[in-house]
Design a binder for this molecule. Structure first.
Ligand code: SF4
Length: 720
């Protein structure tokens, strides 16, 4: 299929992990018109408000147009324009100097789910393959790393087994920790239409009564952080009521006894009631419906992942699907949905500090050897690097002396953002590549590098159903903006890694990555000398596309063994990617959230997104239409708490945690239960004088995934 339909060019939306296909063209007024791509299997022409407004966010306003350097480093605040050659020289020589003086682990990259797969691949190759450190981590750590860890433990690989069609085939859809209506709107539209057509039942599990509850048959407003108790109770209920699939458990799984022992510790309904705060009838209705409905899909996202128990929460959900044999079957599967447009692509090419590219592992010597041979390097990192928060802690302690931040704004989006700002202000050398000229992070940069924006970039992204789609160039780049992969490759060449980064275009990089997925697919051995199974992440069918075929590539779900023969579902045959070939039940003990309420901080703060803004608003803030929905930061609270704290609707309140205080507009709302409040995280120092919500959030994180707990911070409020 040609990417062009007369003058319309097919591409992919810039925002969430649904990965909707769009078509765009420049109209006679010179503006970019955007419409849904009816042929794209993620959305079949649908778009949400953010997707429809893409054309309003692509102007030159606010763009970073030239490379700039602070000649006197931290002592002089002014960035001065330089040519690309000087900027690249500066980055390469400073990184080389730090490595020479302090070792390879004294440098780091902090990258982003906004990068394209080709950008991500080259960044990972430079850091892990040639610098020789695994200190590259991504802002995807903040949104889905608990799902990655949970999938690896249960399935042996970071795999989403299902596909979006399953949402239309299911008879029961459980949405847990997921405000799909605002955060993945097109999937919500697909479910809403399927509900009308098939009368499938919807259960929403969420402390808040969000917009997603509008289509719910049952809403379970559980206590924040109590998900494991609820799903452990479900596992115990399924076992006690003989609602498990014994044949499947016997042939396809291991470890049920340990998981059940853990489940039964809190397994009776009274205990589940006590921990979750739910009513007995609500819990039983959920358990009975799950037990009775073969075609069940459980969708989970940030409400599950962003927790100090995030990985165990994921596994407590997967345990219930394994016990009933509901994995990777039509209309019957667990389903993690990612927040960012290319969080999936990033995890595929090694964007996380604890993974190698193409889902290969540090603890497998064959993987290390074959990657080293493939890249012709003798310097491949052989142990995991520092995860996001640990990386910034290492800057603070002086171990990391140079960081390159690409396409992300950690000065706003990381927890303890006041401390993160001070860490960046004191870091000896900070490089930021971004398309915007003024972000909170960029204010700390010693060097800024102008990157192409969404409408100028070309490459691929992978959405939440493993579908690789092309993002195509729609507009010329303003000023001297360049593709991220080009910037990284030029620095790599200057650092002395020459030929390994001599790419002509993004097609060269994609081909190399696809060829890498074919490594170690047979007969490799792990440390324990067991034969490792084939990895499902296999793009061999795309490994020899010529540049023209790459540019015209249609969306494909991996594994793609033959070109144009994608795979919709995985593990339906009960064979998994673990060494034994069997899926693993995991014992998941319930633990409360890291911080607890006190008389000083008596309310629990939850954070998240609003419908029409994205991340730190560097793009959506440019559209007046998108700002109309919610125009300023706010705190949602119940009428009871408003009474108790003497807060008026639309009045200003200060919100304080142990880490700081900020000002927000009060919204009295039925969405929050008494004792719980909610604030969106989008606004920042560049967009409001009211402050950044992430200044209030502590850096507590899941010990396995490293994902921070963004949804359970004790706070106090006072009317202003
Ligand atoms: Fe874009 Fe997500 Fe909306 Fe689709 S649902 S149009 S990918 S923001």
């Amino acid at each position: 299929m040609s990417p062009k339909d007369s003058t319309w060019i097919k591409s992919t939306c810039a925002y969430c992990g649904v990965g909707c296909g769009i078509e765009a063209k420049v109209n006679s007024l010179g503006t970019l018109e955007v419409r849904g791509d009816k042929a794209h299997p993620a959305n079949f022409g649908r778009l949400c408000s953010k997707g429809l407004a893409l054309g309003e966010t692509v102007g030159i306003e606010g763009r970073l147009l030239t490379p700039k350097i602070k000649q006197q480093r931290k002592h002089q605040s002014k960035l001065e324009t330089v040519c690309w050659e000087d900027a690249i020289d500066d980055v390469a020589s400073n990184f080389n100097n730090v490595i020479e003086q302090h070792g390879k682990d004294a440098v780091a990259f902090y990258v982003s789910g906004q990068l394209l797969t080709e950008d991500y691949y080259v960044a990972n190759k430079l850091m892990k393959g040639f610098i020789g450190s695994a200190n590259i981590d991504t802002n995807s750590r903040l949104c889905m790393s608990s799902s990655v860890a949970g999938h690896k433990r249960a399935f042996g690989a970071d795999i989403v087994p299902g596909c979006y069609d399953d949402l239309e085939l299911a008879e029961l859809i459980i949405l847990t920790g997921s405000n799909l209506a605002w955060c993945h709107p097109v999937l919500f539209q697909r479910i809403r239409e399927a509900k009308v057509k098939n009368n499938c039942k919807i259960i929403v599990i969420d402390p808040r009564r969000t917009a997603t509850c509008d289509i719910a048959d049952l809403h379970l407003p559980l206590q924040p952080g109590s998900d494991i108790a609820l799903f452990n109770g479900l596992l115990a209920f399924l076992s006690e009521n003989n609602a498990v699939d014994h044949d499947y458990i016997e042939s396809a799984t291991e470890g049920l006894e340990l998981a059940l022992a853990s489940a039964f510790r809190f397994g009776d309904i009274e205990s589940v009631q006590a921990v979750t705060g739910l009513e007995r009838a609500q819990i039983l209705a959920f358990y009975q419906l799950f037990a009775a409905t073969e075609k069940t899909v459980t969708v989970y996202s940030q409400g599950v992942n962003q927790s100090t128990s995030g990985t165990n929460k994921v596994n407590s959900i997967l345990n219930c699907h394994l016990a009933t044999g509901r994995v990777g079957k039509p209309g019957s599967t667990p389903f993690s949905v990612t927040g960012q447009p290319n969080a999936m692509g990033g995890r595929e090419v090694g964007g996380l500090a604890n993974m190698l590219a193409a889902h290969m592992d540090f603890d497998n010597p064959d993987h290390i050897r074959q990657i080293s041979d493939f890249w012709h390097t003798g310097n491949l990192a052989t142990a995991p690097g520092l995860k996001a928060i640990d990386m910034f802690n290492a800057i603070e302690s002086g171990k990391i002396k140079a960081i390159w931040i690409m396409a992300t704004n950690p000065a706003v989006s990381l927890p303890e953002s006041k401390r993160i700002n001070s860490i960046l202000a004191n870091c000896p050398y900070v490089v930021v590549s971004d398309c915007m000229a003024d972000t909170d992070t960029l204010r700390h940069a010693d060097v800024v590098l102008p990157a192409q924006g969404w409408s100028e970039k070309s490459g691929t992204v992978t959405n939440s159903e493993r579908r690789v789609s092309r993002q195509r160039r729609l507009l010329p780049s303003p000023g001297e903006a360049k593709p991220d992969w080009w910037i990284i490759s030029e620095v790599a060449k200057k650092m002395g890694f020459g030929d390994a980064f001599d790419y002509r275009n993004e097609a060269d990089i994609f081909r190399e990555y696809a060829q890498m997925t074919t490594l170690c697919q047979e007969g490799n051995t792990s440390l324990s000398d067991m034969t490792a199974p084939a990895r499902p992440l296999n793009l061999s069918g795309l490994a020899h596309l010529n540049t023209r075929q790459y540019h015209h590539m249609t969306p494909q779900q991996w594994p793609v063994i033959e070109h144009n023969q994608p795979t919709a579902r995985l593990f339906a045959n009960g064979e998994f990617a673990t060494p034994s070939g069997k899926a693993q039940f995991i014992a998941t003990d319930y633990r409360p959230t890291a911080s607890t309420l006190s008389p000083q901080y008596p309310l629990l703060l939850n954070t998240g997104r609003v419908r029409d803004h994205w991340h730190t608003m560097t793009r959506t803030g440019l559209s007046a239409r998108l700002s109309e929905h919610i125009s300023e930061p706010y705190l949602a609270l119940s009428a009871q708490d408003a009474d108790q704290f003497a807060v008026k609707d639309k009045g200003l309140v200060t919100v304080s945690s142990e880490l700081g205080t900020l000002l927000l507009r009060a919204h009295i709302s039925k969405e929050c239960r008494q004792g719980q409040v909610f604030a969106p995280f989008h606004w920042n120092d560049c967009t409001t004088s009211m402050g950044k919500v992430d200044t209030l959030i502590a850096g507590s994180r899941d010990p396995l995934s490293g994902q921070p707990e963004f949804k359970a911070t004790p706070v106090n409020i006072k009317p202003v």
